[in-house]
Design a protein. Structure first.
Length: 331
């Protein structure tokens, strides 16, 4: 009996450590790590541009008088993860611009903490307005796909074409009841210290970056030291963990549906829409890409074999070749 009691006490201590001490330590480590001011730490290869209510960090390549292609990244990424695509587009005469969608990368975080897809889409439109560009092609990957579609719905005259890459759009079936995550998840996300601890332990924890990246790609070897270092670079920016924790409910359990989740909205898109998808994507499976192109009036699907959710880094040569071909008619 004494041995059983000792074992139970050890188990209780272990549970306390796992549920309280480890998350608290991760939050403390994040506070120590996040010391850099974005304006100072941002790479000199980019610049800040007013985009609605924020100063957005962008990186560019190609001729300034070339037709503009704007690239939106996915969760945990930032503009530098598009580097190979920026170079490929520039080599083919496009003016390519990759942006940091807040709260990621070096862009300013909105002071009111508003990250709904429509608000993110308005920032993309605001960027185009500041640049004085009458029309651009928008490329949205993963969670960046929703804001990209929102921008096209808000300002269709400014969007010459859409390219959606393994986009996490969350399109719902017409007439279907709203799908909600489990109550436990919603409760956890509603408590700021809990979601901050979760973000500090996983999403913004440099020790976890490689494992996160490997979970999105078909071949874990894609998560090389160099690629992992790129994803980790902005994690030293002040307030990153707090900002991502504020954003997280919009990803997992948004309080209200967006237009980009409605099938009817896609039937309104008059511009050409190209979907590029990895056939081994387990995050947004290929069936979602097939459904997308079936909804839009002018849709085309490009499937890249042997890759998962991030084809632009899993097979950059094939991805960039397909993207350049897809853009050619839109010059």
């Amino acid at each position: 009996m004494r041995r059983l009691v000792r074992w139970l006490l050890r188990l209780v201590v272990l549970v306390v450590i796992v549920t309280l001490v480890v998350p608290a330590a991760c939050v403390a480590l994040a506070a120590r790590r996040e010391r850099d001011h974005a304006a100072v730490a941002a790479p000199k290869t980019g610049r800040f541009v007013t985009a609605g209510d924020v100063q957005m960090f962008v990186q560019e390549a190609g001729p300034l008088n070339g037709p503009l292609v704007v690239l939106m990244h996915g969760t945990g990424a930032w503009s530098e993860t598009w580097r190979a695509t920026l170079d490929a587009l520039a080599a083919n005469g496009w003016r390519a611009m990759a942006i940091d969608l807040p709260p990621f990368g070096y862009s300013e975080r909105p002071r009111d903490g508003r990250y709904a897809k429509a608000e993110q889409g308005a920032r993309i439109v605001g960027l185009l307005e500041t640049l004085g560009v009458s029309a651009a092609i928008l490329v949205g990957h993963s969670f960046g796909g929703g804001p990209t579609v929102e921008a096209a719905l808000q300002a269709p005259a400014r969007v010459r074409g859409l390219v959606l890459v393994d986009a996490a759009l969350g399109i719902v079936d017409e007439g279907a009841p709203e799908a909600k995550p489990p109550a436990l998840v919603r409760t956890a996300l509603g408590v700021a210290p809990v979601r901050t601890s979760l973000v500090a332990a996983f999403l913004t924890n440099p020790w976890f970056t490689r494992r996160l990246l490997q979970g999105f790609v078909a071949d874990p070897a894609v998560a090389t030291d160099a690629r992992v270092a790129v994803y980790q670079r902005p994690l030293s920016v002040w307030g990153t963990t707090a900002a991502v924790a504020t954003w997280l409910p919009e990803l997992v359990a948004p309080p209200a549906p967006s237009r980009s989740e409605s099938p009817a909205a896609y039937r309104e898109l008059g511009m050409p829409v190209v979907a590029i998808w990895g056939d081994r994507d387990t995050v947004t499976p290929l069936a979602q890409g097939e459904r997308l192109v079936a909804l839009v009036p002018h849709g085309k699907l490009e499937v890249i074999t042997g890759v998962g959710h991030i084809p632009q880094i899993e097979n950059p040569d094939e991805f960039n070749a397909r993207l350049v071909r897809a853009l050619a008619p839109l010059r």
